[in-house]
Design a binder for this molecule. Sequence first.
Ligand SMILES: [Fe+2]
Ligand SMILES: [Fe+2]
Length: 304
Amino acid sequence: MPSRAEAIAKTIRERVRDVTVLPTLPVVVERLREALAGSESNAAQVAEIIRGDPPLMARVLRLAGSSFYTPAGAPLGAKNLSLAIVRLGFDTLREIGVTTGVIRAFHHMHFGAFRREEFWRHSILTAVCAESLAVYSDGLTAVLPSELYVAGLLHDIGMIFLDQFFNDEFTAVMLLSRSSQTAAPAVERAWLGIDHAEVGALMVEQWGMSPLITHAVRRHHDDLWEPDGRAPAEARDTAARVVNVANRIARLPEYGFGRKGGTVVLSRSLLAGIGVPIERAGRVRDRIDDEVRQSEVFALVDVN
Ligand SMILES: [Fe+2]
Ligand SMILES: [Fe+2]
């Protein structure tokens, strides 16, 4: 006889695999990712895709017209989509596309245990931190930093699935985690037989995302640290660690998000463990600060 937790875990796994249950990512996300990844990607093709999705276009124009992208002296408000595309660059466009698509896919979901805005802000902040760390990591030189952005964005997505489809059980787990001050994944495994990291990985897999993203989501709470502070041999383990660190940076009180303040220090050994030499610590921090300002973290609410 399977235990109660095993039985719940089995049902959860079946639900994720059920295409009528798992939200689909809007087609525009994949089209945009493909167009921006191709060697022949050109601004006209990208413009056409964006133009076919008015809310996405509005978002691109608004961001390109923000003070961050508008050169000193140039008027605010980019009316011209081609100009907006040039200003933002393909990396940023890919991120806006994927972020908009993911948020939209979950728009009708129930966010009982979370404040929706806070959840997405945490996710986006983790995404920009993971990407910034990836840029400076020697362990991820063969990986596109935007893969880490996606992994960071989706790292906690399993929570939303559990909250939506297993609300009673998940709410009880969250309460227990808080009252016992035990980390959520451990309580989830004890009561549901599976944790949100695994559920998220199954979802990401089901969406056809890369094995690196799947692995990073699956292992984002694992203790992958080696005592000698060396980076792992495999890029996918480095990616999981990067998301782990990014998740903790995203909780630092200075960014003002999340209920719990974080305490992560970008120490020599922590950075070495993700393949970033300590000499780059300042640049990593600067980039994170820049990206946080640049990303729409502070103006996220109206995606639909
Ligand atoms: Fe998590
Ligand atoms: Fe998180």
